[in-house]
Design a protein around this ligand. Structure first.
Ligand SMILES: Cc1ncc(COP(=O)(O)O)c(C=O)c1O
Length: 397
């Protein structure tokens, strides 16, 4: 007989304190609820946290990736490299420009884009004329690289940045999972030309929906500030009078003060959230270390893992049950799971429009067959964790 939890344990949940609710309420009562002083404060505090000069708050990370590509002037004549193992946002923003998304495979252990997987793609599909990297099949110029810090484990930026420089590529880090994370004593947020964070409901900190771009390039920051609000040269809060000018056809990507108030409160709790996530990850690691056929995510040897996700990998030849059965059995026991991610090349839109060859992604394909993300979030009680541990052990030992 199955022993299920009484209530469903979701795969992820936000943690919202009473203080945070109070601060959001204060903004709601203040008479200024759209972009204003709270957004400014959140940007400054976030920039200080990750040690980056410029921070621009937006209504999503997707908007941030879009505006970073816009700032460097991506057009339909260009191509951009990203990881095959990511959420569609990292690839779809390339398509917004009718540019060509190029996908790397990932490493077999952490499922990250690496300098080696980038080089492999370049050697196979591109040629370098000394100045420009050209994608041979489409004739497009490769202009940028979007590494994805999957699950909160940083890509090796110390290797990726010099490689990108050698081919004149801008680096836009997708750090949707990587707050707070450290790589070689430097916070994620201060490495690439741009770093893009997500404050979606389940992320390291949340604003409901939201995102932040950090950059040390002031001219790009200025461009993003203009383009996040219709291409208007002054935001509404700072406008001295009624006059403003539209200098380009921009977007409606600004963050509201309501969201920023939540972000400010969450930022204060970020370290505590991270600590609880790491403690839970350590509990899983200790409890599962003797389970046959199960590979556990590892600490970041080069820094600090954000522990956004806890992704396990099951070897079909050694584990007692397969990944799909494990997910179904956990659901029977009232425990939610998820998968990060269905590789980009598996989705109908990308299949139809870009014809990626599966044989070029051996590690991503293996990952897709074998991995599962189990619940990991600060609001989980010790009892919740115990339920997951007991269920997984029962099913796999
Ligand atoms: C890797 C990755 N990149 C980008 C995004 C997009 O973030 P947002 O929902 O804030 O646009 C997500 C969202 O889950 C993600 O997982």
């Amino acid at each position: 007989m199955i022993t299920a939890r009484k209530t469903f344990l979701p795969f992820a949940l936000p943690s919202i304190s009473e203080e945070a609710i109070e601060e959001v309420s204060n903004v709601l009562r203040s008479g200024w609820i759209t972009s204003g002083p709270k957004v400014k404060q959140f940007e400054m505090e976030f920039g200080d946290f990750v040690s980056c000069r410029e921070s621009i708050a937006l209504n999503s990370a997707t908007a941030g990736l879009h505006l970073a590509l816009e700032a460097i002037g991506i057009t339909e004549k260009d191509a951009v490299i990203t990881s095959s193992v990511t959420f569609t946002a990292s690839a779809e923003v390339i398509c917004y420009f009718k540019a060509e998304p190029l996908l790397t495979d990932v490493d077999a252990v952490d499922n990250l884009m690496t300098a080696e997987t980038i080089q492999e793609l370049i050697d196979r599909e591109c040629r370098f004329d000394g100045k420009k990297l050209i994608h041979k099949k489409s004739g497009k110029i490769v202009r940028a690289l979007i590494p994805v810090h999957l699950a909160g484990h940083s890509c090796n930026m110390e290797k990726i940045i010099p490689l990108a420089k050698s081919y004149n590529l801008s680096v836009i880090e997708d750090a949707a999972h990587a707050f707070p994370a450290v790589h070689k004593n430097k916070m994620i947020g201060s490495w690439g030309d741009f770093t893009v964070f997500s404050f979606y409901a389940t992320k390291g900190i949340t604003t409901g929906e939201g995102g932040m771009v950090t950059t040390n390039h002031s001219h790009f920051a200025d461009r993003i500030r203009v383009m996040r609000l219709h291409g208007i040269n002054r935001d509404a809060y700072n406008r001295p009078g009624w006059y403003y000018e539209v200098i380009d056809a921009g977007f409606k990507y600004n963050m509201t003060d309501v969201a920023a108030a939540l972000g400010i409160a969450q930022l204060r709790e970020a370290h505590g959230f991270w600590k609880r996530r790491r403690d839970l990850a350590q509990t899983y690691a200790t409890e599962f270390k003797n389970l046959k056929g199960m590979k556990l995510p590892r600490e970041d040897a080069n820094g600090m893992h954000s522990w956004h996700l806890f992704r396990i990998e099951l070897d079909p030849n050694l584990a007692k049950i397969g990944r799909d059965t494990l997910a179904e059995e956990l659901k029977e026991r009232n425990i939610g799971t998820s998968l990060h991610f269905i590789p980009i090349y598996e989705h109908p839109y990308y299949k139809k429009n870009f014809h990626f060859e599966k044989k070029n992604f051996p590690n991503a394909s293996k990952m897709y067959d074998r991995t599962l993300s189990i619940p990991l979030y600060p609001g989980m009680s010790n009892e919740d964790v115990g339920d997951v541990v007991n269920a997984v052990k029962e099913l796999l030992s």
